[in-house]
Design a protein around this ligand. Sequence first.
Ligand code: RB5
Length: 143
Amino acid sequence: MIAVACDHGGYMLKQEILKHLDKRNLAYRDFGCDSEEAVDYPVYARKVTDAITKGECERGILICGTGIGISIAANKVKGIRAALCTDCFTAEATRLHNDANILALGGRVVGPGLALKIVDTFLDTPFSQEERHKKRISLIEEE
Ligand code: RB5
């Protein structure tokens, strides 16, 4: 199950992503927001991080205007590794190396075509399971 949320700056891109997840028959929960009316991105980051830390969802997608604020907010939560990606290389690398559990996107930064490729790369790339990466992730989690 994929948890998805955005603020007003990410709303249009979230709609594209949800259509894409529907086409791929992937199960998701949409935690809002539901329009382009201004809202506070930390509130929406927390909805997705809660779903992941409670074990209700395995992965998350968070979108704000830049992807920066919503990823900063998500990364305050223990056990969350949110990666802000603007290309497929980093989306693949963050799954292989960081076992990132949230993809953050900037709705005012990436166009929908690229964003959907980034989403696919993030969702379809498994963690490498390599010991050196496991060790580094455990060092993050210890803090
Ligand atoms: C909202 O205007 C904007 O600040 C927000 O979407 C995001 O870009 C914050 O980092």
